[in-house]
Design a protein around this ligand. Structure first.
Ligand code: UT7
Length: 337
């Protein structure tokens, strides 16, 4: 009994973050030359000005680059990584998993890992999952990666989807913390009855690849934007407010909202529902667009310099599935730069 009282609770803290975006930029003006759209429409409806495009290579290449740079930056030996979780809807192959490929490319020979599909909520699903392995004491070093090469499933004849998405990856290192920092709580939800509104219909076991599925362009992202918008704007705001209430947080207690970058109007509505001013909201949608599982770690990477030990962050996302949720975490370190 005495032993139990003296034991400190282990929490899973993010101890490093690193992003990777491809060099090639595709601007709104570039897209206006390909489909019937305009910089004005894209900017006013979404907030996106440009996005990155991976010309050669696969999701694993972006993920491996982010992982490699993260390990270098944090001084961690690849052989010390226990587990690698890769959130993605654009894996290199249906199988083997992208996590397997990334472990091989980075030399994380002692790690096991797997891919996790939860579309734009992929990173918060994977972060919450990874945290469990740290909290139980099972693992000491877990890499959580969000990556998508959305251009591999975009239809450049469909102006309603091809202007929204981009390519990119972000990775965080999770380690045990005894100061109570790191992941505090999460609320994760799903509703598969919304699947038809945002889906890649072809290529899986429901519609295996055939000439017909290719002719019907079923291997591309299909989205009913208005429907998704309606669900996203309500649920992302609601779940973000819910996690604050559940943990007795007021808007003054929250230092940062880290929102999925799908649409500036959805982000604004979420911040408003939480009572947060614009200065507390991480935004980089203008330069990367929607990188699906990549958005949240890319935000953390871009804002890392401004984060302080002890800061209260709410990560929040909504995506295909439908999937959505929020994570409450306490930042564990001051920027090293
Ligand atoms: O990240 C995963 C979750 N995804 C989301 O959260 C996305 C949620 N949805 C959205 O962000 C928005 O619905 C979009 C940005 C996708 C679309 O914005 P919207 O304000 O809902 O536009 P809409 O789909 O209602 O289309 C309005 C008009 C239509 O023309 P008509 O029918 O009014 O003549 C579209 O055909 O805009 C037209 N349109 C375009 N025009 C120029 C659609 N796409 C484009 C385009 N350029 N790229």
């Amino acid at each position: 009994m005495k032993l139990l009282v003296n034991m400190k609770k282990i929490t899973a803290a993010i101890t490093g973050v690193q992003g990777y975006v491809p060099e090639t930029i595709l601007s709104n003006e570039d897209l206006a030359k390909i489909v019937d759209t305009s910089d004005e429409w894209i900017t006013s409806r979404t907030g996106i000005k440009e996005r990155r495009i991976l010309k050669e290579g696969a999701s694993s290449d972006m993920a491996a680059e982010a992982a490699r740079q993260l390990l270098e930056k944090t001084g961690v030996d690849p052989l010390d990584i226990d587990l690698v979780l890769v959130a993605t809807v654009t894996p290199d192959y249906p199988f083997p998993s992208t996590a397997n490929v990334v472990c091989d490319k980075v030399g994380m020979k002692n790690a096991w890992g797997y891919d996790l599909i939860a579309a734009c909520s992929g990173f918060i699903y994977a972060l919450s999952t990874g945290a469990q392995f740290i909290e139980t004491g099972r693992h000491k070093k877990v890499l959580v990666i969000g990556v998508d090469k959305m251009t591999s499933i975009l239809d450049y004849q469909d102006r309603t989807t091809c202007v929204i998405f981009g390519d990119g990856a972000g990775a965080v290192l999770l380690e045990p913390n005894e100061e109570g920092l790191g992941v505090q709580d999460f609320i994760l939800r799903s509703d598969g009855s919304g699947r038809q509104y945002l889906i890649q219909p072809g290529g899986g076991s429901a519609n295996p690849p055939s000439h017909q599925t290719v002719d019907d362009r079923l291997h591309y992202v299909k989205q009913e934007g208005k429907q998704v918008f309606k669900f996203a704007v309500t649920n992302m705001a609601e779940v973000s407010a819910e996690i604050m209430e559940k943990n007795n947080l007021t808007s003054d207690d929250v230092d940062w909202l880290v929102p999925h970058q799908a649409n500036l109007r959805i982000i604004d509505a979420t911040a408003e529902r939480m009572g947060l001013s614009k200065e507390k909201v991480m935004i980089n949608i203008q330069k990367y667009g929607n990188t699906t599982a990549g958005t949240l770690p890319l935000c953390l990477w871009d804002y890392e310099d401004q984060l302080k030990k002890g800061d209260t962050l709410i990560l929040s996302a909504f995506g295909g599935g439908f999937t959505w949720g929020a994570v409450y975490l306490k930042w564990a370190y001051d920027s090293k730069k």
